[in-house]
Design a protein around this ligand. Sequence first.
Ligand SMILES: Cc1cc2nc3c(=O)[nH]c(=O)nc-3n(C[C@H](O)[C@H](O)[C@H](O)COP(=O)(O)OP(=O)(O)OC[C@H]3O[C@@H](n4cnc5c(N)ncnc54)[C@H](O)[C@@H]3O)c2cc1C
Length: 386
Amino acid sequence: MIVGGGVMGAATACFLARDHGAQVTVLERDPTYARASSALSASSIRQQFSTPVNIALSRWSLQFLRRLGDELDLLDERPHIGLVEPGYLFLATAAGEAALRANHEMQVREGAEVVLLTPDRLRERFPWLQVDDLALGSLGVRGEGWFDGPALMQAFRRKAIDCGVHFVVAEARGFETAASQVRAVLDTQGHRFEARAAVLCAGAWTAPLAAQLGITLPVVAKKRDVFVFDTPAALPNCPLVIDPAGVWFRPDGRGFIAGAPPREPWPGDPDEPPLDAVDHELFDEKIWPVLAARVPALDTLRLRSTWAGYYEMNTFDHNGLAGALPGWDNAFTACGFSGHGMQQAPAVGSALAALVARGASDAPSLAPLSPRRLGDERPLREGNVI
Ligand SMILES: Cc1cc2nc3c(=O)[nH]c(=O)nc-3n(C[C@H](O)[C@H](O)[C@H](O)COP(=O)(O)OP(=O)(O)OC[C@H]3O[C@@H](n4cnc5c(N)ncnc54)[C@H](O)[C@@H]3O)c2cc1C
């Protein structure tokens, strides 16, 4: 039994049924996915993390995404997610250079295809970029880019259904348990769903469910705004650029999208604010000035639209929580990926399915992401949260 049918739940269900022949039911309260992170994601994939497990999960997922048509094909249809790989470009001033170099060393050790570029090399490669204040850039030359995230979620969902998974519209509210076993999931309408195992994949809303099993998960819904703009400027080979000021932008269709962490102190970063309250001043006061300074050709950009979604933020260490729930024989979770869950869903779904079905998974290992680290007070801090 899986609670939550976003990309994590759909991927886990798909691998459980496809690879392990398991009988799986997914409870999803909103089949329109109106507030699900998976429907509102910027859906980009990178290798430039500060923790090895994130590099391993994203590299595994990348290989899966490259062969997606074969992996998730249906009798009459091959899914397409439009994966492109123009890279991520992290920029650093002198203040951030040492951290960029340290991350680079670790990333190369872990097999990431990344190069460091001096300001001169940056200027040669991206003539539209203003580099005078920069000390260094780090570019993913392969294996980083973006894709259609909602299409990936639907591809997992359809393949799962094709393999016999039942998606049921229901909102889980609690569990029937006996000793250290979950016996059933209970919904808000009074229905009881018998469960041989329970996997909590409810995204930003997983903590209240885990609380029903006596477990505190530090996962909350943090709104992140995305701004869509058009420009007559051409930026050849434009990767996903992360400015030292925290602003990011990348091409999207015929235009661009951009974002930044919320403004402090106002409106700050409250838990689960309404998604229609996009902070336009964030764009006017922070994002637009940074874009115009970094890429002078963007001086004349035109804001076309906006959207917002929730990061399922793990406030403990900004990394995913994936694996068995401590104290329970048959309860698991995959949540709290803090803005990098879309790209890791293939690897996490595959590894978690193996853990649920066989009690162990092959590579990639989810061990570093085990929720046990919460109780042990051993945070696995991800430094590169965008
Ligand atoms: C603006 C934005 C940009 C992002 N950019 C990136 C990116 O570039 N790259 C990347 O990898 N990731 C990115 N992410 C993060 C990524 O989208 C998420 O990590 C991922 O989608 C999480 O998937 P999920 O299945 O865990 O959660 P969700 O997609 O939220 O799915 C959880 C589901 O559980 C359901 N649910 C909740 N409670 C219950 C209940 N009690 N009973 C039944 N169902 C329930 C919900 O309705 C929902 O459909 C971004 C997210 C946002 C918002």
